[in-house]
Design a protein around this ligand. Structure first.
Ligand code: ADP
Ligand code: MG
Length: 929
């Protein structure tokens, strides 16, 4: 086909617009029409190509690539969450730049119930030409003045008002309420505004005005307003699509994928700025000669190529170019153009839509074109209608390819088989051209069949959306305050920790002297830590609280080999009769012996028994009381070794030689001590928590002898049972305590250990839900269920390698459907609860090591703490290398007030204890040599 000339330009002489000579008539006019229409056809592979290419540009821009500059900009808007539908209140919206030379103020009332939107009140003010071109301050003063005038008509009073600022000019946004104008467009040329934060300029102007107390909460562009103003469809509305004069879209992206953001949690709305997509590479195959002409004749040749194929400003223009071309080639209107047909902008979008209309389009073609000075024949009508359809169909299909790129990205990044999502649509093309949406819809289904998309038209040009952004921002701020208030009591400061340390120390001293104290300070009859020369094979039992383990420990020169098996203790056994419990234990040992080929051998057996026992010797331990969910009958007050021996007797033909009963803290200290002579403290953070340490024998009342040492089992889980922890205990701790099988017992343990942390978190989540801060305020049966929130979830949720997406997955598995704000808050709750636990533990350890130092009259003490327990070992922030530093920093606040300031001078060697622990070596009893 011939290349078309600049059809908008002047014609030759003679009758204006009429061909001079019949040679211009083509031999086959219908072929020319077909050829024109054919150019506007975009095949499915071409659409897919565009989709892929746009996706590539989006990813480059998200990743922060600058050279070559990606074809789209992907600007973060700092809108981090979509509406709940529960937003309510009155909001003021100021719109500048959306409607040409006017400014609109809206009063939007959100009712908090979906489907009950109230019509906003609004007023439009024409901006005088001299203001549009004058100093910036004058423009913003004008805006503030309009605001006041509008508000004067409403019964507002002097209440504080929250304002959303819709500012539709190219901006560089750096926060929800911070946005720098890049350059004016749309006829505005106010001095001193480019490069400035427009929110601050507006705030200053409102301040100068002084009439109302208005807080500018958010600044938003029209795409975001469209998305946010939309009521959710089948899925959440997380895409905004505007096809107005131009076109653009925004969607909710994972913040961690947006390179320019520091935040890597949660989501953020990204404005794609896809109008600029294109260039010859991506769009070349689908560009027609008419597109090239349109671009050349536009105000910004070479720019916004994609927008020029889709935006409402250009569709009429494309139709006009085709009609002019066909006329000039004698195919239409008898070959006679008109001045109107040859002038830019003479066919508006509205006319294109009307001429296409299947019912009375034909009549409209006649009137519209006759108004342009053309004489229209019957065949002309058909051709004109085909041209309109070709141009608009192509626009809708291209738009669909772009939208498909966004949907594809969402579906894949969220790993969903079927993405259910709502797309909010706004702009005059949707309003004036009904078929646009149906073609768009059809093509989207073709390109991304795995996405179930509902399209929802926006109301009142996004004003409601801007109010929504403002409301969400205000709601989040309010929720954050409530969250902070709720968690405040969990954030222990240095002074509080110093108090705990001091109280712990006092309770230790009293307990050692045999005075009333919440710390029992039980002698263990372990008088020395290992010296590394121990040898032999041992059987070991470990009854901890959650699991029961049987171990075979073989100690040869410098090597300890351990084989073990874990057996579960069903709750009915733990809470049944004592006889049943000990029979079960012996059954497990017999099973283990058989599997290990040890039947018939009588190895020395050590029993790690992690409940408070008063020991009278190495192989005698009277159970004082059960803890950690155990309540087997007829055991308290009995010698546990006897109970075990009786069970062995009942099970005839088994020979077992019980030589020692050891608390798990002691076992841990001893096993670490085997490799580290500085290890003189044992710490457990598992189902429960406890500690032991080497005390001077002279300080231990009730055990003969004044020289040497003895390991003391502190039973620190009970610390605070005399009420001394009362001030630190929150209402959540009280609830957990009340619901436990041992109310008002083990108060320290209940703030620290694995059996309780999940429950504390659950109670906090319940409270936050009742405040409406979480889960949209909807209480679920699931969350009311005791122990539904396992302590291991805390570890999983706090694990740095898991994205918030996984937090969501964990909670959704629990039947708690949540938003990304919810996920963030749940994460913060978990962090607060486990940090408090770590700090309390740290304060306790500080008291212990300080006591050892004083005992020995040392300026500096080098001591290692052997630690065991699944909570400790598997919690991400206690285990990793970085976590060592973190635990340091958690411990030191408690330690520093009483010790020299630097690590070196305090000389406590914690680090040496970590190695055996991190290698997850189980604790086992070691017999002192
Ligand atoms: P015990 O204290 O009974 O000897 P453990 O030291 O193995 O046993 O601790 C078990 C406890 O550890 C469980 O009750 C649970 O609360 C907690 N726990 C289990 N898995 C994890 C995990 N992945 N992260 C943190 N805590 C965990
Ligand atoms: Mg244990």
């Amino acid at each position: 086909m011939d290349s078309i000339g600049p059809v908008g330009l002047q014609q030759g002489e003679g009758t204006p617009g009429c061909p001079q000579d019949s040679l211009l008539y083509p031999s086959d006019s219908s072929e020319l029409v077909q050829d024109c229409l054919q150019q506007f056809k975009v095949t499915e592979p071409q659409l897919q190509q565009i989709q892929t290419s746009l996706l590539g540009s989006m990813e480059q821009a998200l990743g922060g690539q600058t050279s070559p500059a990606p074809a789209v900009r992907m600007l973060p808007t700092y809108v981090g969450s979509i509406p709940h539908g529960t937003e309510e209140g009155d909001f003021v919206v100021l719109e500048l730049g959306a409607t040409g030379a006017s400014l609109r103020v809206l009063w939007v009332t959100l009712t908090g119930t979906e489907g009950h939107s109230m019509q906003p009140q609004s007023q439009e003010f024409v901006i005088p030409q001299e203001v549009m071109l004058g100093p910036g301050q004058q423009l913003f003063d004008f805006a503030a003045c309009c605001l006041s005038k509008f508000l004067d008509t409403l019964p507002v009073g002097n209440q504080g008002l929250q304002l959303g600022f819709s500012f539709s000019f190219p901006c560089h946004q750096t926060g929800l309420d911070r946005s720098t104008l890049i350059s004016w467009t749309k006829g505005f040329r106010c001095s001193g505004v480019e490069g400035q934060d427009v929110v601050q300029l507006l705030r200053d102007a409102i301040q100068r005005q002084g009439a109302y107390n208005i807080d500018v909460v958010a600044v938003v562009n029209d795409t975001v307003g469209t998305m946010m103003g939309c009521e959710p469809g089948l899925g959440p509305c997380e895409v905004g699509l505007v096809v107005d004069t131009g076109t653009n879209a925004c969607y909710m992206e994972e913040a961690r994928h947006v390179a320019v953001l520091d935040e890597d949690r949660g989501r953020v709305c990204v404005s794609i700025e896809w109008g600029s997509f294109g260039g010859d590479e991506a769009l070349g195959p689908v560009l027609t000669t008419f597109d090239r002409t349109l671009d050349l004749e536009s105000l910004n040749p070479g720019a916004q190529r994609f927008e020029k194929m889709i935006g409402g400003l250009y569709l009429g223009e494309l139709v006009r170019l085709v009609l002019a071309y066909l006329t000039q080639h004698g195919v239409l209107f008898g070959g006679c153009t008109s001045p109107a047909l040859l002038s830019q902008g003479s066919i508006p979008l509205k006319h294109v839509a009307e001429m296409e209309d299947p019912s009375d389009g034909a009549t409209r073609v006649h009137t519209i074109l006759q108004d342009l000075g053309l004489s229209v024949g019957a065949l002309d009508v058909k051709i004109v209608q085909h041209v309109c359809m070709a141009v608009c169909t192509r626009a809708a299909r291209l738009c669909a390819a772009a939208l498909a790129a966004v949907l594809f990205r969402l579906q894949h990044s969220r790993e969903q088989q079927m993405l259910q999502i709502a797309v909010a649509t706004g702009g005059q093309v949707f309003e004036q051209h009904p078929r646009f949406l149906s073609v768009l819809q059809e093509t989207v289904m073709l390109l991304v069949p795995e996405c179930d998309v509902s399209f929802i038209p926006s109301v009142d040009g996004g004003g409601r959306g801007v109010a929504m952004v403002t409301a969400v921002a205000a709601r989040l701020a309010a929720h954050r305050r409530l969250l902070e208030e709720t968690l405040a009591d969990f954030r222990l400061n240095r002074e509080q920790l110093a108090v705990i340390q001091a109280q712990m120390r006092k309770a230790m001293d009293k307990g050692l002297r045999g005075e009333a104290s919440s710390l029992r300070m039980l002698p263990t009859y372990v008088r020395a830590t290992p010296n590394g020369s121990e040898r032999g094979d041992f059987l070991a039992l470990d009854l901890g609280g959650t699991n029961f383990r049987v171990l075979l420990v073989r100690v040869a020169t410098g090597v300890v080999r351990i084989t073990s098996q874990v057996y579960s203790i069903p709750e009915y056994v733990a809470q049944g009769s004592g006889q049943q419990l000990f029979d079960h234990i012996v059954d497990c040992i017999v099973d283990f012996q058989q599997k290990q080929g040890l039947s018939g051998q009588s190895l020395p057996l050590g029993f790690t028994f992690s409940f408070p026992c008063r020991q009278l010797g190495l192989d005698q331990g009277i159970l004082l009381n059960w803890t950690k969910g155990f309540s087997a009958s007829d055991c308290e007050g009995q010698d546990v070794v006897c109970l075990l021996r009786e069970a062995i007797r009942r099970r005839q033909a088994v020979e077992l030689n019980v030589v020692a009963i050891v608390n798990d803290t002691v076992g841990t200290m001893m096993s670490c001590g085997y490799e580290d002579p500085h290890c003189e403290v044992g710490l457990i953070v598992g189902t429960g928590t406890n500690a032991c340490y080497m005390e001077e024998l002279r300080n231990v009342v009730g055990v003969a002898g004044d020289s040497g040492h003895m390991c003391i089992n502190m039973e620190w889980g009970a610390f605070g049972d005399d009420g001394s922890l009362g001030v630190l205990s929150t209402c959540f701790d009280a609830s957990v305590d009340q619901a436990s099988i041992n109310p008002s017992k083990q108060r320290f343990e209940k703030m620290i250990s694995g059996m309780y942390l999940g429950e504390i978190v659950r109670h906090i989540l319940l409270h936050l839900t009742s405040l409406g801060v979480l889960f949209r305020g909807q209480q679920t049966q699931r969350l009311q269920t005791r122990d539904i929130f396992k302590t291991k979830f805390l570890s999983e949720i706090e694990s740095d390698s898991l994205a918030l997406r996984q937090v969501r997955a964990i909670l959704e598995d629990l039947g708690l459907p949540l938003t990304s704000d919810d996920a963030l808050m749940v994460l913060e709750v978990c962090q607060a609860v486990s940090q408090r636990a770590a700090k309390l533990c740290g304060a306790g350890v500080a008291a212990v090591v300080e006591k050892i130092r004083e005992n020995r009259g040392l300026e500096e003490l080098t001591v290692s703490v052997g630690v065991d327990g699944t909570l400790y070992k598997l919690h991400p922030h206690r285990r990793t290398d970085l976590a060592k530093v973190q635990l340091w920093s958690l411990l030191l606040p408690a330690v520093l007030p009483r010790w020299p300031t630097s690590e070196e001078s305090s000389g406590i060697c914690w680090t040496r204890a970590w190695n055996p622990l991190v290698s997850s070596q189980p604790s086992h009893p070691r017999l002192p040599g």
